[in-house]
Design a protein around this ligand. Structure first.
Ligand SMILES: [Zn+2]
Length: 264
């Protein structure tokens, strides 16, 4: 597990979590069975979700999602997360997830919010009911930055997101999973949940197609109860998302609503 996480971080450094792919919108038809199934999972209104008692927490060592109560529902759970948003595909990914009644966290880089169309995309994602996370302003390794600079990288996103959506990010994910003592302290002060991931493949060239990404995500040895799945605002990820959600459900997983994750 450690090796896999280290490889992810290393590869992320290489690819820099950047993509120049152009947006492609081709909505996938979804099966009624998958939608009906999802409706049972996710029948709360937005208001109810905000008031809901926490049912899960993020394990601070493994970053897996753990069940808080002795849930009668013993089904395995998975959390979907989309980093480096909102660049070119986040709104499309949100629409596809919404059609399937599946929740997710979109981790935002503040640098994307300079453009009006990206501000609109963030507003749209928020209005669909998705939670927003903080992924820093400019996607730098926090370990290379002064405390003052780290503060700007983190607080800048919270301010920008709150201005657009009216809601401060509840989760923090450092670029490359690289946190510092100072950033740990700051995100605690800001009331955010620190979050890395348990596995993800869309940054790896081998899996940058709809089929390859769907197949590896659903067959990965790291796909297990509590999976915290790392994905990105990318073309192939947008294309694969409906099949990944349907495949997770076919395997018996509940795609959880992050509003039910315990926060400080
Ligand atoms: Zn990233």
């Amino acid at each position: 597990m450690y090796k896999a996480a280290a490889a992810v971080i290393w590869m992320c450094l290489l690819v820099g979590c950047q993509s120049t792919e152009k947006t492609q919108t081709n909505k996938q038809p979804h099966s009624q069975a998958a939608v009906n199934h999802a409706k049972q999972e996710n029948t709360h209104t937005k208001e109810e979700k905000q008031k809901a008692e926490p049912r899960y927490y993020i394990n601070p060592k493994t970053f897996a999602v753990e069940k808080l109560d002795d849930q009668k529902d013993k089904k395995p759970i998975a959390l979907l997360t989309i980093d480096d948003a909102p660049d070119q595909h986040a709104a499309e990914i949100a629409d596809k997830l919404h059609d399937l009644h599946a929740s997710a966290i979109f981790f935002v880089n503040g640098q994307f919010l300079k453009k009006d169309e990206n501000k609109k995309a963030l507003q749209h994602i928020h209005e669909l009911g998705f939670m927003i996370g903080n992924h820093t302003m400019t996607h730098q390794n926090l370990k290379d930055l002064s405390e003052q600079k780290q503060r700007e990288e983190i607080i800048g996103v919270n301010k920008a997101v709150e201005k657009i959506t009216g809601e401060k990010p509840a989760f923090f994910r450092a670029p490359f999973g690289s946190n510092t003592d100072y950033s740990d302290k700051l995100i605690k002060q800001e009331g955010m949940v620190k979050m890395n991931w348990t596995f993800g493949y869309d940054w790896d060239q081998k899996y940058q197609s709809k089929k390859a990404l769907t197949d590896i995500t659903l067959s990965s040895p790291y796909l297990r109860d509590g999976a915290n799945i790392l994905m990105h605002d990318r073309k192939w990820t947008a294309e694969a998302m409906p099949d990944i959600v349907k495949g997770l459900r076919t395997k018996g997983y509940t795609v959880i609503d992050p509003r039910a994750i315990k926060r400080p």
